[in-house]
Design a protein around this ligand. Sequence first.
Ligand SMILES: Cc1ncc(COP(=O)(O)O)c(C=O)c1O
Length: 425
Amino acid sequence: MAQTQSDLKEATTVPATEVGAAATAAAAAEGNNPSAIFPSYARYPIHLVKGKGSWLWDDKGNRYLDFMSGLAVANLGHAPEKVTAKVKAQLDELWHVSNLFHIPQQETAARKLTEISCADVVFFCNSGAEANEAAIKLARRYHQKIKGTNRYEIITFEQSFHGRTLATLTATGQQKVKDGYLPLPEGFKTVPLHDIPALKAAIGPQTAAVMLEMVQAEGGVYPVDPSFVQELVALCKEQGLLLIIDEVQTGMGRTGKWFAHQHYGIEPDIFTSAKGIASGLPAGAMLAKEYLRDAFSPGSHASTFGGNPIVASAIIATLETMQEEGIPEHVQEMGDYLVGLLKETFKDQPFVQEVRGKGLLIGIGCAGPVGDIVLLGQKHGLLFVTAGPDVIRLLPNLKVSKEEIDQAVSILAEVVAAYTSKEGN
Ligand SMILES: Cc1ncc(COP(=O)(O)O)c(C=O)c1O
């Protein structure tokens, strides 16, 4: 039976209960008006208003130890001094001019990124999805304009996550992000990770590139096997395919090297970065080898805001702080310490099945759903996230101290114990 106008009204007001407690609370506070924001996020019922270092405060004055860093973004902690000072100074000078002009801060940021990596050229944009979109476009244009072939297809891996634009959600190896968005763009194939025969079978005369995360982060915190990576690199070389590494979450020191592929001793043709690159200002970058430079000729790709003076200053200050303070080395040390402490703390806890990850991107594989553990953690003053239904993901800032790690693990042990005793797990 067709819905009447009043049925439809009913239907649009009822799901208020499904869009998260914060939306419902906000609606109540507003005299039952629903929020003016699309309900595309299930938001936690906490209103954070201030941050410093590893700590956040809500509007009621409660303090939280932040082990999620705005999803791997606030990598130098909240309100990092040098970045704040540099951005404030730039705000007084010049905000935006457009990429029709040379932007010295952007040149410096790009130069610095090439100095810490194998890349020679950089394109700046505003997010991880945009950086991956740029990588996909660059791969196609390289084959079509430089090599004169008709290669366009990108092969990606199951459980990967590459973003939410139409191209990057098609590249993503998880069905849930594609739901309701048909038809998807052509030119993508997904194969199981660590399956060389499946990868070989997927490669055809139309294949342009393979795209990979070195640690599948959103997909459950699974580091990729080094032997698979070596075989993949050899295969790409043999077949004339470009290798794109998505370092949106793993890059900028998160895993204990500037970029995670550096653990594997490989040099991708293209890689992407975003999240922590500007310490919390919206920025992304697509980085590539010299031989890809001319695939993007003037007018072939653009971004209005990409690399503007404000975000470029934040990128420079982020990189300078990380270099001066030896952040990648600190991440390796703290990552080892955190993993060791987690393994020791949970060795007799059957609910915790595995502790895995690289540097300060850590997944705790559990025997059941962990959503309620996240909520319990919040009640005990610790913020962290999931990576899929059964995985607790820890993403402390990259300057985190041993004392803060001790405190976080002690709260986590407490909430896991409380949860499992309640559930009878
Ligand atoms: C590996 C990876 N790629 C791409 C993205 C998309 O980044 P953004 O949300 O900035 O578009 C994410 C975001 O979580 C990510 O983890």
